[in-house]
Design a protein around this ligand. Structure first.
Ligand code: BG6
Length: 483
């Protein structure tokens, strides 16, 4: 049963950082796709804003080139591409000075939704918000969108929240975590709350542990300097993995409505125990032949920043006490794979002779690639010769199950449309971000204080030995990262 798509109202979207990489690779292509499928109203306008002095014509020419490169459908739809480009304006502004703001104000229309998308470094979030306030552009229907990183720690996140809060209400601030825009991540909520099957089992009585893995094959090439100040903990765990943990662990919200969902996620973060020093493993990738090492990519031979982290996290509440969540993420690993694995407890008593073949039941939600869901079950191995058990997958990929409809929009497409519709469900609230930093800060501090060096691991491996030990110690094992 298809449900109707909520219409997008007429809007002016002002994209700061319009000449940047994210804008050209993700945001403009995302908008173009929505335009192609008819989800952008004819009254939609996009105003690119950046420091560079371009005319609107010049900017459109650059944008045409990048759309032909990053939006494959643009090559087949040249007439649509022209129509889309006709909706784009450009203004050169100085985020920290007076240049360009009057012109921007002149380009903007009254009576349409205003979305200020800040695809710029975090040091410019507050200055731009302030300029918008001074130029009286922060009308009640205006909204501001900010990218991660949202702060570097609790203190900086609080300061940023306060600075944005002087210019915009919380209901106007959209903090992006692009993981929340991924189709399968939202499917965690559909799976849990639109089916009655799993909920009775979704607790520590039936679930032994949960594994959340976000593994990447690529290294930090090209982003080494940024990454070296962040590391996997700040870059991935405090935000993306934390969001996955929240969606897996949260109580059912009373409605699928922004604050109801975010209230429940916040409760999860606030239930997290401090992570003990023995409960994490940090790693840094070695170089191999033609591929450089982490320290080479970071241009910092003495770097103690982690490109891999695994940790055991306890959610101290009634539902989860006794069921650890193991999180793991890293660069330059064996495969590109993100998944949530719910591993169930074994039957209380086995009537079958102990045999190989039986493994714990597990529900695996594959976020990427090959998005889908697998339920690992034990069955009888066919044939005579006694009751031998074997482990089989009940496997569903979205592409097979849904055919064309499974073609999922890029996370940014969905999130940008949600901003324009005014739906904050998939965006982080200020208190959520602060609570995540409050949890992460002492962990980071514990290794910064001791100057602890991460263990080295091989490119193409599953991370350092310590990560395996973290599981073995508890009598458990990680699922394989790729085959
Ligand atoms: C970003 C991180 O937020 O997410 C990157 O800064 C990481 O380091 C990326 O590579 C992963 O996103 P995805 O969508 O490719 O899984």
């Amino acid at each position: 049963m298809a449900s109707c798509v909520i219409p997008v109202p007429p809007f002016d979207m002002i994209l700061f950082g319009a000449t940047g990489d994210l804008a050209h690779r993700k945001i403009f292509p995302g908008l173009f796709h929505r335009f192609l499928v008819g989800q952008m109203p004819p009254e939609g306008r996009i105003i690119g804003a950046a420091r560079s002095e371009f005319s609107a014509e010049q900017f459109r020419a650059t944008l045409r080139k990048s759309l032909l490169e990053f939006a494959p459908s643009a090559t087949k739809n040249k007439a649509k591409l022209d129509a889309f480009l006709a909706l784009v304006e450009y203004v050169s502004v100085d985020a920290k000075g007076p240049r360009g703001w009057d012109k921007l104000a002149d380009l903007m229309r009254p009576d349409v939704v205003r979305a200020f998308y800040l695809s710029v470094g975090p040091s410019l979030f507050a200055p731009i918000a302030e300029q918008l306030r001074m130029a009286k552009l922060t009308t009640p229907d205006a909204r501001i969108v900010v990218e991660k990183p949202f702060g570097h720690d609790l203190a900086s996140a609080r300061a940023l929240n306060a600075e944005l809060g002087r210019c915009f209400g919380e209901d106007q601030i959209y903090r992006i975590d692009h993981y929340l825009g991924k189709e399968t991540v939202q499917n965690v909520m559909a799976l849990r709350f639109a089916n009655a099957l799993f909920e009775p089992l979704w607790n520590s009585q039936h679930i032994d542990h949960v594994q959340i893995t976000v593994a990447e094959k690529l290294g930090v090439n090209g982003r080494g300097e940024y990454y070296d100040r962040s590391g996997a903990m700040r870059d991935m765990v405090q935000n993306h993995l934390m969001q996955l943990l929240c969606l897996t662990a949260m109580e059912p919200p009373s409605r699928f409505e922004p604050n109801a969902v975010r209230d429940e996620k916040l409760k999860v973060i606030r239930s997290l125990d401090p992570v003990q020093p023995g409960d994490f493993a940090r790693g840094q990738y070695r170089g191999d032949g033609d591929q450089g090492s982490y320290t080479e990519h970071a241009k910092n031979p003495d770097s103690t920043t982690e490109s891999f982290i695994a940790m055991k996290v306890e959610v101290s509440n009634w539902r989860w006490a006794g069921t650890p969540f193991y999180l793991r993420t890293g660069k330059r690993l064996r495969a590109h794979l993100s998944e949530i694995a719910i591993v169930f407890r074994d039957p209380p008593h086995s009537i079958f002779p102990d045999g190989e073949g039986r493994r714990s039941n597990a529900l695996i939600i594959r976020l990427q690639p090959n998005e889908g869901i697998t339920l690992r079950m034990t069955i009888k191995e066919p044939g005579p010769g006694g009751m031998r058990l074997t482990d089989v997958p009940l496997d569903m990929t979205f592409a097979e199950a849904l055919g064309q409809n499974a073609e999922s929009a890029d996370a940014y497409e969905r999130l940008v449309m949600d901003v324009l519709r005014g739906d904050q469900t998939l965006f982080m609230r200020g208190d959520e971000v602060e609570a995540a930093w409050e949890w992460a800060d002492p962990i980071i501090k514990s290794w910064e204080d001791t100057g602890q060096k991460p263990a080295l691991y091989d490119t193409g491996s599953s991370g350092p030995e310590d990560s395996l030990m973290l599981m073995h110690r508890d009598g458990r094992r990680w699922r394989e990262i790729g085959s």
